[in-house]
Write a protein that binds this ligand. Structure first.
Ligand code: G3I
Length: 351
């Protein structure tokens, strides 16, 4: 690794601040499809980082972070060098932030947020409401009591992070897999179809400056019924003035679930609704050139869509991944750059 020539913090932080202003006031309508040739030449001369390369087109490049790994110097070194957006991997989930009703616990999430903000990076909040990771107290509620507890949770967490989180995954994975195009059955869903819009309105009231996203998986191919169901919901929200600013596409890929040929179409179709698209949990199982090719396609598809505001990978080293055996990330267990890393960086530079 050419650490000495890779001054990511200095290379990335200045553009990050500029990009932060861009994101604070609106999505990246000015994001260019390809970087300026002189900027690419300069980046190639000096060596560059993922964040700095993404910043050349007004985009960001982020990663999921675990609070208990921040003390690992290899982990923190890569994080600080390469990434300008941080998503707490588990620390903002409902079971972590409100383990007992009305008792909020932010210590671990705060460690990540403080670490990111101190270095000029920004934070994606993940996630306010999800059918998984629910604490016992909430599983015992239903009907109006659950609806009220749900909205109290949104208000409590978003208020705590007001002004410090640039995008929230307000609702995560609310649609069913398969061809039905229906909502997933969950305790939240059983409080009524309007639970999602109620959550978005409550989040907007708690932090009018944060971007509010709907986030899901298996919504990358336009051919999927689930993708089109989410698209219909966002279209309906936009038509009725429900506050939604972005759609997150998790993008967990592998040999059984390759990057779809129509991924770019999906990104465009969501963007055409007037929302940002964000690639929020990218990983591609595999190795070598095949894996690198998958990553390259994702980056190229994002760069082709001006409102594709940024890409987040779901972890740093393969050993940090939720599916470590699939070696799906950009750095190996020793923290060395993989071919996929170089493919991503080169694609961000227009290659
Ligand atoms: O930290 C505890 C540890 O103390 C304990 O000994 C161990 C025993 O199982 O569990 C550890 O917690 C685990 C945690 O990851 C940290 O490793 C949880 O059991 C495990 O359930 C949790 O899994 C997370 C999963 O979401 C469920 O919340 C993964 O890290 C996380 O990557 C994954 O992320 C999700 C996104 O939020 C939504 N999209 C899908 C994505 C992948 O599943």
């Amino acid at each position: 690794m050419r650490r000495s020539s890779r001054t990511a913090l200095s290379l990335a932080v200045v553009p990050v601040v500029a990009a932060g202003l861009l994101l604070a006031t609106g999505p990246a309508p000015s994001a260019a499809p390809l970087p300026d040739a002189d900027a690419v030449a300069a980046a190639a001369r000096t060596g560059t980082t993922l964040a700095a390369a993404a910043n050349l087109t007004g985009r960001w490049f982020g990663t999921a972070v675990a609070a208990n790994k921040l003390a690992d110097p290899v982990y923190a070194g890569i994080l600080n060098r390469e990434f300008d957006v941080v998503t707490p991997e588990n620390e903002m989930k409902l079971d972590a932030t409100e383990p007992r009703q009305g008792e909020f616990h932010f210590t671990n999430a705060d460690r990540i947020v403080d670490h990111a903000l101190a270095r000029g990076a920004r934070v994606r909040g993940h996630t306010l409401l999800w059918h998984a990771g629910l604490p016992g107290w909430l599983q015992g509620l239903s009907g109006a009591a659950l609806r009220q507890a749900m909205l109290n949770h949104v208000t409590g967490v978003v208020t705590h992070y007001r002004g410090r989180v640039h995008s929230w995954d307000v609702v995560n994975e609310a649609f069913a897999d398969g061809t039905s195009g229906r909502r997933r059955d969950s305790s939240f869903q059983r409080t009524g179809d309007d639970w999602i819009e109620a959550a978005f309105r409550t989040a907007r009231a708690a932090d009018p400056g944060a971007k509010l996203c709907y986030n899901d998986y298996n919504t990358e191919s336009w051919a999927h019924a689930k993708t089109q169901a989410v698209h219909r919901m966002v279209q309906d929200f936009r038509a009725r003035g429900v506050p939604i600013d972005c759609v997150g596409l998790q993008s967990h890929f592998g040999s059984g679930n390759p990057v779809p040929a129509d991924f770019r179409t999906t990104l465009r179709n969501f963007a055409d609704l007037g929302v940002d698209v964000q690639i929020t949990e990218l990983d591609v199982e595999g190795s070598g050139q095949a894996q690198a090719d998958g990553y390259r396609r994702v980056v190229r598809d994002c760069l082709a869509v001006p409102r594709c505001a940024g890409i987040t990978v779901w972890g740093i080293r393969d050993t940090d991944s939720w599916r470590a055996s699939g070696t799906p990330l950009l750095f190996d267990g020793r923290g060395e750059e993989k071919p996929a890393y170089h493919a991503v960086r080169s694609a961000l530079l227009g290659g």
